[in-house]
Design a protein around this ligand. Structure first.
Ligand code: PEP
Length: 250
């Protein structure tokens, strides 16, 4: 059975005092339905955030990791390091990592392998650029992305993968894919998984939508049959907005 998930990507925001304040605010809210709630603070805040949220039902997850176990990779963090601070889930393939740090589906497939080998869960992000959608190439671009990064895996690996469809043109722009555009893509992704694997992989994987989700549009987007929740950027930095989005899941 697939689960509902709302994950907040804090990006490069919030130092320790700001993290403490936002977590205090988050703890004042409660979810009203069956949904897994995650927040992804910066690497420097993961340990402290995990400690502050011990015993709560908000999971602290990472925004990125390196594919190697250890070695001469200055500035990087491995899966085992994340696990040692209590983090069991990592976002991989965010469009900002792809755009600014040259992450490709090929390099991401190595990160995917390392995360899974370390028993972690992955929130795997992908999505087309505006020019792809204008050229009606959005489905083939998305298919290529998931194929190159994930289709070397066995069906069983998908138990530890959450997919996040994030059209690049909708991230941080205020522009949202319409609920019908999101549903159409999520349905296409499930069909792609049926063709590559089987119906149960397609039925069981959670597919989140990300791109300017706000309290005002979340309910309609989440009401779509194949949308299982959201990956939230800007609106995750405000506890009230974030929980309004979490509680838009029914
Ligand atoms: C994101 O960064 O994954 C994202 C969806 O950002 P925003 O909600 O700000 O568009």
């Amino acid at each position: 059975m697939r689960k509902h998930v709302v994950a907040g990507n804090w990006k490069m925001n919030n130092d320790i005092p700001q993290t403490e304040a936002l977590i205090q605010d988050l703890k004042r809210h409660a979810k009203t339905s069956e949904v897994e709630v995650m927040i992804a603070p910066s690497a420097t805040n993961l340990w402290h955030a995990s400690e502050l949220l011990k015993g709560s039902d908000i999971e602290v997850i990472a925004q990125n990791m390196h594919f190697a176990e250890n070695g001469a990779f200055t500035g990087e963090i491995s899966a085992s390091m994340l696990k040692s601070v209590g983090v069991k889930t990592v976002i991989l393939g965010h469009s900002e990592r792809r755009a600014y740090y040259n992450e490709t589906d090929k390099s991401l497939s190595k990160k995917v392998n390392s995360a899974l080998d370390n028993g972690m869960t992955i929130v795997f992000c992908f999505g087309e650029e505006l020019q792809d959608r204008k050229a009606d190439m959005h489905q083939s671009v998305v298919k290529d992305q998931i194929q190159s990064a994930l289709f070397h895996l066995d069906a069983s690996a998908f138990k530890n993968i959450i997919l996040a469809y994030e059209p690049v043109w909708a991230i941080g722009t205020g522009e949202t894919a319409s609920p019908d555009q999101a549903q159409e893509m999520h349905h296409f992704i499930r069909n792609t998984l049926v063709n590559q694997y089987n119906q149960s992989v397609a039925d069981d994987v959670s597919i989140l939508y990300g791109g300017s989700v706000k309290p005002s549009n979340a309910k309609e987007i989440f009401s779509k049959q194949d949308v299982d929740g959201g990956l939230i950027g800007g609106a995750a930095l405000n506890a009230e907005d974030f929980f309004a989005i979490v509680n838009a899941i029914s």
